[in-house]
Structures are given as structure tokens and as C-alpha cells.
Write a protein that binds this ligand. Structure first.
Ligand SMILES: *[C@@H]1O[C@H](CO)[C@@H](O)[C@H](O)[C@H]1NC(C)=O
Length: 224
């Protein structure tokens, strides 16, 4: 091979390296990680599609802001709209008990997602979980509806469940950060230091209880 061939080969290889260095794979954005968290491909696809319709939410980089923005901009409006639709179906079939129950469940959904926005950060996930439970209850009620075609409510549930699950997933790390001042012990009892302090704590507790018992005995004895 002529030296120029080597040279151009070298240049091409170098360029490939430089291009790779200049365009590193971008790390996934927060919303992408949230959508992926469930581990379900179908959920992930629907989640990405939903959130990508709100460019301002795709830019958010912390979980708490994500939860509150998603609630404020997306989930609450969706919940209120769904509640309205269920109410209309309820008015159309006033004798259906399962649909009436779904109406009540959707009132809960709205109350919980609106409440979640006002909640302390560590309670957001829990409040939205109640909303999610209400959707499950509606779903179960509908199984008893044998006359009216409830496929439109089933579809509403399916959508609303996506919205609540997104907040539940995004809200879980918020709650964990707040718990952090009390770190969890990984392997309880296996480290000697932990065993020593465990013994020490129990010894203290033992002496404390003993003191209390003696005191109580004295009190009991003196009162008779
Ligand atoms: C219920 O209605 C939907 C359309 O709203 C329709 O696709 C479905 O086949 C209906 N189901 C039954 C059991 O009639």
C-alpha cells in the first residue's frame, strides 16, 4: 500500500473517533427514566408519547418539580375531564349501580390528584396512589355491569391509570429522599459494629425498663 493510503486510512479512523467523542450518547432525560421505570414496554411507549406532547415537562430535571408540573399541567385536567364524562354516562344510565359507583370513584380520583398538588413532597405519591386505587375499584365495579356497554369507561380508566402511575413512579424517589436522614441498614446483624450497637441499645433498653418496673413496683406497693 502506498503511504498516502495509510495516511487516508489513518485520517478516516481518526475522524470516526473524533465524531464519537463529539457526539456522546446523551444520557436519558428524567422523563425518559420515569417512563422506563415500570419495565413494561407498552407503558413506556404510552408514557413517552404523552409527556413528549408537553415540551416544558420534558426539560424538568428533578422529581418533585416533575410531579407537581405533571399534576398541574396534565393529570388534574385529565381527571376533571374524565369525571365529567363518567358523570354524563351516569346520567344516561341512572339505574346502573356499577356506573354510579364509578362516578363516586372518579370524584375520589379528582380529589386525590388535586390534593396531591397541595401535599408535602413525601405524600404526593401516596395521594395519587389513592386515586389509582379508586380507578381499580371502578374497574372492578364495571365487571358487574351486564347490560350497559361500559367500554368507554374502561378506556377512560386505562388512560387515567397511565397518568396516575406516572406520578406514583416519579413521586417515589421524592419520598425516599426525605427518608434519607434515617439510612437503611443493608445487612442487619452481619457487621460486628452493628451487632455491638444493637447489643448496647438493648442493654440500655433493658436497664431503662428495669428501672421503670422497679419504680412501678414501688408505686404499686406504696399505694396499697
Ligand atoms: C361496546 O362499544 C364499543 C364501541 O364504543 C364497541 O367497539 C364494542 O364492540 C361494544 N361491545 C359490546 C359487547 O357490545
Amino acid at each position: 500500500m502506498a503511504p498516502s493510503t495509510y495516511l487516508s486510512f489513518f485520517i478516516i479512523i481518526s475522524m470516526i473517533f473524533i465524531c464519537h467523542a463529539l457526539s456522546p450518547t446523551p444520557s436519558p432525560k428524567l422523563y425518559e427514566r420515569i417512563c422506563k421505570e415500570s419495565g413494561q414496554k407498552d407503558f413506556e411507549q404510552r408514557c413517552l408519547k404523552l409527556i413528549e406532547a408537553y415540551p416544558q415537562i420534558t426539560l424538568i430535571e428533578d422529581y418533585l418539580t416533575f410531579c407537581r408540573s405533571f399534576l398541574k399541567i396534565v393529570a388534574i385536567e385529565k381527571a376533571v375531564k374524565s369525571q365529567q364524562q363518567v358523570k354524563e354516562i351516569m346520567n344516561k344510565y341512572p339505574s346502573s349501580q356499577p356506573i354510579k359507583e364509578c362516578g363516586d370513584d372518579y370524584n375520589t380520583v379528582v380529589i386525590e390528584v388535586q390534593g396531591a398538588l397541595r401535599e408535602d413532597p413525601e405524600m404526593i405519591s401516596m395521594a395519587v396512589n389513592y386515586a389509582s386505587d379508586a380507578l381499580d375499584m371502578c374497574e372492578r365495579s364495571l365487571a358487574d355491569e351486564k347490560i350497559v356497554n361500559t367500554s368507554s369507561i374502561v378506556a377512560l380508566n386505562h388512560d387515567m391509570k397511565l397518568y396516575t402511575n406516572i406520578v406514583v413512579i416519579a413521586g417515589a424517589p421524592v419520598a425516599q429522599w426525605i427518608e434519607r436522614p434515617f439510612p437503611k441498614r443493608k445487612v442487619v446483624g452481619s457487621t460486628p459494629t452493628w451487632r455491638v450497637s444493637f447489643f448496647a441499645q438493648n442493654a440500655l433498653l433493658f436497664f431503662f425498663l428495669k428501672e421503670k418496673c422497679i419504680l412501678n413496683d414501688q408505686l404499686i406497693n406504696s399505694s396499697f
